[in-house]
Design a protein. Structure first.
Length: 245
């Protein structure tokens, strides 16, 4: 149940925080973004990557004789690496259409949003979010990383849309639909047999997406690349909390 509820709630909480509190200090949101990037990267490195590689090698052990295990383990590990690279490349393509919304930053002004619904942004974010839900079927602890990741993203999106003049109604519709995508991805991964059989490969793709997003967040939250003790502390806290005990 948490795999469906927490990703939805993170978006809704982010929207409510902006509408009710109306945060004016964007540096605090950047610190929250830095924490979310570190936490997401930590969850990916500490939890998702080891589990995906273990799952891949365990599958090879059931399929091949012991004398061939070392060769197939090597090839299986290389294939996981290929899927991770595919995830990184896919996220780079999605960034082109979403203008960096997945990591809390827009690379282009919000022109024309007052006149039409931003379908390109919505579709790219939806693909990203649906894919995020796929690993939750077998790696349910990743839902906490997604929750922390989505919270500041929802805040940044809400501020961006309201500042652009799109209006509160369209903003709420966009973010409500967006909040359903990760639970929908988790549902598909749990219900479609073809996706269940390829969960290791899909998880590897999501690893690539997470690595790209979290690294970009950590770089982009720097102000002119100056050293910031507070940001360093927040990042270290994110890594520490992501470490599985």
């Amino acid at each position: 149940m948490k795999n469906y509820l927490l990703p939805f709630l993170s978006i809704m909480i982010g929207v409510c925080l902006v509408l009710w509190i109306k945060p004016s200090n964007k540096s605090r949101i950047k610190l929250l973004l830095a924490f979310s990037g570190a936490f997401l990267m930590g969850m990916t490195v500490f939890t998702l990557i080891p589990e995906v590689y273990h799952s891949s090698l365990e599958g090879d052990m059931h399929l091949h004789e012991a004398i061939e295990q070392e060769v197939h383990h090597h090839l299986g590990g290389k294939m996981i690496g290929i899927w991770i690279i595919i995830g990184i490349l896919l996220q780079i393509i999605l960034d082109f259409f979403s203008h960096g919304a997945e990591h809390g930053h827009f690379h282009s002004p919000a022109k024309g949003l007052q006149r039409q619904f931003p379908w390109g942004l919505f579709i790219s974010l939806s693909i990203h979010s649906i894919l995020e839900g796929f690993p939750l079927h077998t790696h349910s602890n990743m839902v906490y990383g997604i929750f922390i990741h989505h919270l500041p993203i929802a805040m940044v999106l809400t501020i961006f849309f309201l500042d652009s003049g799109i209006g509160t109604r369209k903003t709420l519709i966009f973010l409500f639909l967006f909040s359903l995508m990760t639970p929908f991805g988790a549902f598909l991964a749990n219900s479609v047999p073809q996706l269940v059989s390829y969960h290791t490969q899909m998880s590897a793709v999501v690893i690539g997406i997470f690595l790209h997003i979290s690294s970009v967040i950590l770089f982009e939250t720097s102000e002119n690349h100056r050293f910031n003790y507070l940001k360093l502390g927040v990042i270290m806290l994110g890594f520490a909390l992501a470490y599985p005990l």
